[in-house]
Design a binder for this molecule. Sequence first.
Ligand code: DLZ
Length: 159
Amino acid sequence: MSGAGAPQTDPVDCSDLRVAIVAASWHDVVMKGLLDGALRACSDHEVADPRVVRVPGSFELPVAAQALAAAGYDAVVALGVVIRGGTPHFDYVCAAATDGLTRVALDHTVPVGFGVLTCDDEAQALDRAGLEGSREDKGYEAAAAALSTARVLGEVRAA
Ligand code: DLZ
């Protein structure tokens, strides 16, 4: 999947929303880039004080996202990096994170930004991490998507 075609949208005011970020801890340089990007997106959208929680790996993202959604956050941003190794573990962790986060979003009707990188190697991950020299900023994108979706859901509920 390429990053071409991503929407170019201006940040909307989300100062009234409660926002949480859940971030895995594997691959710390890439994770720092993703987390910084998500926090920058929150700032651009005027989210005052997003809550940040850390979990060990991407496999643990859904259960933490579920707890945050159940606690009443209006938007959750999930960040992680999974790098392919020589075993099927990669596929299981990616599937668990993807399916689990989708389930949280639908079960709670809360947008869950999908900022989980699934890469063949570390170079691919660094290129998407929003670091100096990266071509993409997936932490920012995931947070911006969750925030603008939370705004849309608010409008749907109000109509
Ligand atoms: C075990 C594992 C491996 C091999 N690789 C990664 C990875 O690249 N990225 C990641 O976020 N987590 C990895 N994990 C850890 C699992 O997500 C999980 O934390 C453990 O299996 C314990 O449940």
